[in-house]
Design a protein around this ligand. Structure first.
Ligand code: AQP
Length: 339
């Protein structure tokens, strides 16, 4: 990891958008860390359905993907007795905090947003929600007093905005008595950005993903569609320049990885061979989780109960922070009983 192990009292927070089916980029960039860390630290993991609305405006799909993300977490080993998993919309106070943060966010900072610019360049509508996405993300992290945020490398800039907002809020409204900690990103060194089928960042909105739980013919078709160059089978190839190998290295243990890299360099090993090995690695990695997911999918009420309980814990924590925020900013409300 890029940072020393967080102190055991650190509050760990992170979110994932239910804007589509979760994919290998989400898994290696974020989910894998979330599962590995959730037993060790007080943690809040949320399914950011408000964020997803910036690119997905289909009620049925948003509902379905939201439950799917919960299923994915639980199937991959998230234990809801050890950490909180919930829906962002169960803590609507995040939108209130996002509004407050917007009043101290320079437009010029958002205009530099790489993710916003990328999405607009790809043809997604440039709505105000997409533009202010990092502000809502900051609210999500800071409302639980997050100290550490395990994310993929593509999120560095957004976490920097979160850090700026925490500092600016503290300086503006509560000098000497900070309301918010300034969180640190936790980014795995060995992952960087997971490439999609076309070599761009694997992303739900680019339609270039391999789903964590894709299987059968669909999985095979996708793996076979990964873009490679046209070097003939018999010639040596550079594994480090190949999209297939970029995925193999995430799945394969060190000795396997070296064997396959050596086969690339030696020649006589084609991209078709590499794709078959990758397919096998994906199937094996998620076999157990796939089984658990099938079982959980038959019990949606149990999953909703887990989310409800997580949401209750999230709201409770957020309420304490919001009281401090309202008090520091002078936002008077007449309907809340004082704590
Ligand atoms: N390709 C990737 N490589 C490494 N990490 C990735 N993550 C996403 N794609 C990759 C990490 O997954 C976490 C949750 O991401 P998200 O769904 O909330 O937002 P995103 O990064 O915008 O993911 P997508 O797939 O690109 O979604 P859309 O297209 O809807 O915006 C984050 O920690 C992210 O780093």
């Amino acid at each position: 990891m890029t940072h020393a192990k967080p102190a055991s009292s650190s509050v760990v927070v992170s979110g994932i958008q239910p804007s589509g089916t979760l994919h290998l980029g989400n898994y290696f960039g974020a989910l894998r860390q979330h599962i590995a860390l959730h037993r060790e630290y007080p943690s809040y993991y949320f399914i950011v359905n408000y964020h997803a609305m910036t690119t997905l405006q289909d009620a049925e799909a948003l509902r379905r993907y939201s439950l799917d993300v919960a299923l994915d977490y639980l199937a991959l080993g998230f234990d809801p007795t050890q950490a909180h998993l919930f829906l962002q919309s169960d803590v609507p106070e995040v939108t209130e905090l996002a509004w407050i943060f917007q009043t101290i966010t320079p437009v010029s900072q958002l205009e530099k947003g790489v993710s916003y610019k990328d999405k607009v360049a790809q043809g997604l509508p440039a709505n105000a929600g997409l533009f202010t996405y990092p502000v809502l993300q900051a609210a999500d992290i800071l409302i639980y007093g997050g100290d550490v945020v395990p994310v993929g490398a593509d999120q560095k800039q957004n976490i920097e905005i979160t850090r700026d907002l925490a500092q600016r809020f503290n300086q503006t409204f509560s000098p000497g008595e900070p309301v918010f900690p300034v969180p640190e990103p936790l980014i795995l060194d060995d992952v960087a950005v997971v490439p999609g089928l076309d070599g761009r960042k694997m992303s739900k909105s680019y339609g270039n993903t391999i789903g964590i739980f894709d299987d059968g013919a669909e999985l095979k078709t996708k793996v076979m569609a990964i873009v490679t160059d046209s070097t003939p089978l018999e010639e040596p190839k550079d594994p480090d320049a190949c999209n297939v190998f970029a995925l193999i290295r995430l799945f394969a243990p060190e000795d396997e990885r070296q064997r396959i890299a050596a086969a690339y360099r030696a020649g006589g090993y084609g991209y078709g061979h590499a794709k078959k090995e990758l397919l096998q690695l994906i199937v094996e990695r998620f076999a157990g989780a796939r089984e658990r997911r099938r079982d959980l999918a038959r019990r949606p009420d149990d999953v909703m109960d887990i989310l409800r309980e997580g949401g209750r814990a999230g709201r409770e924590r957020a309420g304490v922070l919001m009281d401090a925020v309202r008090s520091a900013t002078g936002l008077v409300t007449t309907y809340r009983s004082p704590r």
